[in-house]
Design a protein around this ligand. Structure first.
Ligand code: GLC
Length: 555
């Protein structure tokens, strides 16, 4: 699929069409008029899918007769399909369509929650950039790319606004966290209002928005085959502006991106400041996506690509070496000497073994591993964060062995990470004194709630994608079954609480759009795994792993 995207071809000008050897769009496009139901995942031999990693790639996906539009019972396709989809699917599509936001008659996004109570009180009537991603993927997979294109163009336009917080002017490349359309029924006008962090609770910076925007631009391009959008001067400029923010030189000693707390899906103080895994994984993925789309027909384009390539090398080395934790690595850290000076230091960040929390010794299986939450001087945040680890698999920031190990961990620690509702956003929860210090006594982020060990159905699409990529669809199927037993009945909550994710979240909104869209995307991908190509990048052989540590990596 993406085998030729990226580092290999950067020496010369390469347009998207030249780089993408596996053009999913051609496959997706063709059968639209005459939809024939594809063999479901169940009917295909699983070995067809699972051998991908063993063969060192995902090229086996093109052995399907792939890429027909998902055969789910959507308003657009119900009459053409003969098989029975899960009854929740139709309901989900109906709710998703209720969340549509229009600007001058065109759909441009989906609001965060269709819960009317929520609309009145909070900001859930906004189109959040990160929240729209699963909706966008659902529409792309269902052969409705226009809304995605409109969204990409509208947000690009918003990027061009002058942005201020008090008297401080924000960087040119910053993408909004969210926007909203104000309809004036009298004057018959639509006005856009955007938030770049200046209205958000806590004035948090949406660092992830720009990355998701680039990732979505590639998904749109892959799925439609419409190169004209990504190649347009406006989109090229938008990408460069986003990346300029991240690639500029400073005082950094690491290639990872330094962030304030609350800079991503976890948009409240949760002790993720520093180098949070979610941002590092998204940064890596956005860099790789941009590399496949940036034109190099002038000096500026060439320079940008060069900087991306250098950063990707350094970033993958850093993440794979220092963020990776498995049984062996944990044992090494446990025995670390401290206060080492010079290049020969083993304990480079001077991590004090006493700072390793008790829980991690029990949590770590003999087989399995994961990217920890954060690494900086004398600080390792050993918590598990689902989004960052799934994106690491999808972007191939994780090596194939590491990807397998992450899936091993999910299986081995199913109760902790999945429990009764997929998927824990973070593990474990922080409580008592630590909660007071880390969250600043946040009553929404009490232990096992919300961002603090809560379970978020939206993460289902990410884990499903990761499962398909690693050839473990049965794990996804188990997770989806759990979601199906409750989600509709409970009114598609935003999140669940408790150690097992058993209770509807304390302040969870109902009819949360990304819970609905996440479910649909998970279902459509399992039904037609070729959809994975939109949001997955194959391993780049030039970024070979630098360390081999764990015997757990052998499957
Ligand atoms: C919460 C989530 C955030 C999401 C927003 C809208 O603030 O933490 O990730 O974008 O709700 O759903």
């Amino acid at each position: 699929m993406d085998g030729h995207i990226g580092l290999k071809k950067i020496g010369s000008h390469a347009s998207i069409s030249e780089i993408d050897d596996f053009d999913l769009s051609r496959l997706l496009d063709k059968p639209r008029l005459n939809i024939e139901r594809q063999r479901s995942f169940d009917e295909r031999s699983l070995s067809e899918l699972s051998i991908g990693l063993a063969r060192g790639g995902m090229d086996n996906y093109d052995t399907y007769s792939p890429g027909v539009r998902s055969g789910f019972d959507t308003p657009a396709s119900s009459t053409r399909n003969s098989f029975e989809p899960h009854p929740m699917v139709a309901d989900a599509w109906e709710s998703l369509r209720k969340s549509l936001v229009h600007f001058r008659g065109q759909p441009v996004g989906t609001i965060a929650a269709v819960d009317h109570q929520a609309e009145e009180v909070l900001n859930y009537d906004q189109v959040f950039v990160r929240d729209f991603v699963p909706s966008a993927l659902a529409f792309l997979m269902n052969g409705e790319p226009d809304i995605v294109k409109n969204f990409l163009l509208k947000t690009l336009h918003l990027q061009g606004w002058e942005k201020r917080v008090d008297r401080f002017k924000l960087g040119e490349g910053v993408m909004p966290a969210s926007f909203k359309v104000l309809h004036d029924p009298v004057r018959k006008t639509d006005t856009l209002i955007a938030d770049f962090g200046e209205s958000a609770i806590g004035r948090v910076a949406p660092v992830d928005s720009g990355f998701w925007w680039i990732i979505l631009l590639r998904a749109y391009t892959k799925s439609t085959g419409d190169l004209s959008l990504a190649e347009s001067p406006d989109c090229q400029k938008g990408m460069k502006l986003i990346l300029t923010l991240c690639l500029s030189e400073g005082f950094d000693t690491f290639p990872t991106l330094l962030c304030a707390d609350g800079c991503c899906m976890i948009d409240r103080r949760m002790g993720i400041y520093g180098y949070p895994i979610e941002i590092q994984a998204l940064f890596f993925m956005a860099l790789r996506c941009a590399l496949s789309m940036l034109k190099q027909d002038d000096a500026e384009g060439k320079e940008c690509v060069e900087r991306i390539v250098k950063r990707l090398h350094a970033l993958s080395y850093h993440m794979r070496s220092y963020f990776w934790l498995d049984f062996q690595q944990l044992n090494d850290i446990y025995r670390y000497k401290t206060e080492e000076y010079s290049h020969t230091a083993v304990n480079k960040f001077n991590v004090i073994p006493d700072s390793i929390p008790e829980w991690v010794f029990d949590f770590m299986p003999t087989r399995g591993g994961y990217f920890i939450g954060n690494v900086s001087p004398a600080r390792m945040d050993f918590r598990w964060f689902a989004l960052g680890n799934c994106v690491a698999i999808l972007s191939s920031l994780a090596t194939p062995e590491q990807s397998m190990a992450i899936m091993d961990l999910i299986e081995a620690r199913w109760d902790e990470l999945v429990g009764e509702m997929p998927l824990k956003i973070s593990y474990p929860a922080i409580e008592s004194h630590e909660w007071r210090i880390v969250t600043g006594c946040d009553p929404k982020n009490t232990r096992w709630s919300y961002h603090n060990g809560g379970s978020w159905p939206v993460l289902l699409w990410l884990v499903t994608a990761a499962c398909i990529k690693t050839g473990r669809p049965q794990i996804a199927r188990r997770a989806i079954e759990l979601a199906e037993s409750r989600l509709l009945k409970d009114g598609w909550p935003e999140y669940y609480d408790g150690k097992l994710g058993r209770y509807i979240g304390k302040q969870a909104r109902k009819y949360q759009t990304w819970s609905i869209a996440g479910y649909l995307v998970a279902k459509m991908m399992l039904e037609d795994p070729s959809h994975l190509g939109m949001i997955s990048l194959e391993e780049d052989k030039q970024m070979k792993p630098v360390i081999k540590r764990s015997s757990s990596w052998t499957c």
